[in-house]
Design a protein around this ligand. Structure first.
Ligand SMILES: C=CC1=C(C)c2cc3[nH]c(cc4nc(cc5[nH]c(cc1n2)c(C)c5CCC(=O)O)C(CCC(=O)O)=C4C)c(C)c3C=C
Ligand SMILES: [Fe+2]
Length: 454
């Protein structure tokens, strides 16, 4: 258990002070004033429908106590502080499970409603990431004549490394017909617009965009789902779910301490990802700095979400040599086809028989490499998904691609290359897309995105 300068316990949000990156504590962060402040009356209405009598105003009934004495492994017992300079869930080690949700504000919602919602979400997120229930009395300690303030399915489960990361979509700043619904149009970052159309895009509007997003990652699927479910419930009357995505296996490493996982094509994914320990690269490529503007985004990042369907059945009929040529790495070890082992830098100049490049011109790793994109890199944090099957009996499966970058331009540069020339395009289809501005972390007693409303 460690104590930070601000008196909180656990890993600082963002998790990357020099020498401490990715480290986690088995302890929950301490109660902040915002946690004690509790939910707004509107938030309580969301929890309880019309009946608010008897629901505690405080927040965060303990639940992890039960599991802490049980057999919880250190991975699931881990907790990350919600408050900090950067939001957790970006450079903190990628967990194994995801529930991602995009929301639209209600048609009649006001600026005050939006602020209050962000305050309520902050209080609830701080409690849940600390392994506590939502509401002072949680799932079972409240009034028998009112719905419980927490839905209850995380009872007995520890924090499970839960991180909850909030983002703002372009439409929050300019709604339908360019309406400045929340008085935010003057605060919109120029780069925060809908992503351009890329060749081959087959986007479903119902799985794209959104005023707000929440990325909930945890090492237990029930904990991630519990987070989104309760935050959705709190939003009742102010914002509603537009689309959501479950992910069951991480497809990246965000720390050098993590083993590289595999995607559904069976390849190691995340080898050359930006890692939390590379602090100079993180500062240059991931965090918005004060000079970038606008001021409220300093310490934040831009999040791209792409739902990418993978045609598993076609891939599975493809010979191994072709699979490796498509990616540009070996399937076993994940080494570049130019030689070496997993973490050897690819040599794009190396040639083999008939002077052909060992890493083909159309290989995914060649086209996505920073050296072929004016130095642009990104922190990938995606997940595998399988959402049943389609009417032809094919798995409805793929990669829910998530990337964080200092500017959306970094993603646009790389994706423009990939969309035109990537050999992988024969086996994938982009079917959902969204861009969000992820503000810096909230300070104790504050709320996420607070500087936007200053
Ligand atoms: C626009 C960005 C990217 C999209 C979209 C994307 C989709 C995608 N990627 C894989 C599998 C792999 N990608 C790998 C590396 C890699 N991919 C991107 C970017 C996008 N990928 C980058 C920037 C990199 C790193 C390039 C480098 O610096 O070398 C790899 C190799 C292992 C690794 O380094 O992670 C694999 C495998 C799939 C299957 C996919 C869409 C479904
Ligand atoms: Fe990739």
């Amino acid at each position: 258990m460690s104590t930070h300068d601000d008196g909180s316990l656990g890993t600082p949000a963002g998790g990357t002070p020099a020498g401490e990156s990715g480290a986690a504590s088995d302890a929950a962060p301490g109660d902040g004033t915002a946690e004690r402040r509790g939910l707004s009356r509107r938030g309580l209405l969301g929890l309880a429908g019309a009946t608010v009598a008897g629901i505690g105003l405080g927040i965060g009934a303990d639940r992890a106590v039960i599991a802490a004495t049980g057999s919880a492994s250190s991975a699931v017992a881990r907790s990350y502080a919600f408050y900090g300079a950067h939001q957790a869930g970006i450079v903190t080690p990628a967990q194994d499970r995801l529930h991602f949700a995009a929301f639209d504000m209600a048609g009649d919602a006001t600026r005050a409603d939006l602020i209050e919602l962000l305050q309520d979400w902050t209080v609830a997120a701080a409690a849940m990431t600390a392994g506590k229930d939502v509401g002072e009395f949680g799932a079972v300690g409240g009034n028998y004549d009112a719905p419980p303030s927490d839905t209850g399915e995380a009872q007995g489960l520890p924090a499970s490394g839960l991180t909850i990361t909030f983002g703002f979509g372009p439409s929050l700043f300019r709604g339908p017909a360019d309406a400045d619904r929340f008085g935010l149009a003057g605060k919109q970052p120029p780069a925060l617009t809908r992503l351009p159309h890329f060749p081959g895009d087959m986007l479903d509007p119902a799985a794209s965009d959104g005023d707000l997003c929440i990325q909930a990652c945890a090492d237990d699927p029930q904990v991630a789902v519990h987070a989104i479910r309760n935050l959705t419930r709190i939003a009742f009357g102010r914002a509603s779910l537009r689309w959501s995505q479950l992910g069951f296996g991480r497809t990246s490493s965000t720390s050098t301490t993590q083993a590289t996982p595999r995607n559904l094509f069976g390849f190691k994914d995340g080898t050359a990802n930006v890692k939390a320990e590379e602090t100079a690269t993180v500062d240059k490529q991931i965090w918005v700095n004060a000079a970038d503007g606008p001021a409220w985004m300093s310490g934040g990042s831009y999040l791209v979400a792409r739902r990418i369907r993978m045609t598993i059945e076609t891939w599975d009929r493809t010979i191994l040599r072709e699979q490796e040529a498509v990616i540009g790495r070996t399937k076993g070890e994940g080494a570049p086809l130019s030689g070496g082992s997993e973490f050897t830098e690819p040599d794009f100049e190396a040639t083999g028989r008939a002077e052909q490049p060992l890493i083909p011109e159309t290989a995914h790793v060649r086209l996505s490499h920073p050296s072929k994109n004016g130095g642009a890199a990104m922190l990938r944090r995606g997940y595998n998904f399988v959402d049943g099957n389609d009417e032809l009996g094919r798995l409805n499966a793929g990669l829910f691609f998530l990337s964080y970058q200092r500017s959306p331009e970094q993603f646009i540069t790389v994706q423009s290359q990939l969309a035109k020339n990537d050999a992988l395009n024969e086996y994938i289809r982009h079917v959902g897309s969204a861009l969000f501005a992820v503000p810096p972390g909230a300070g104790q007693g504050g709320y996420v995105g607070e500087a936007l409303f200053a």
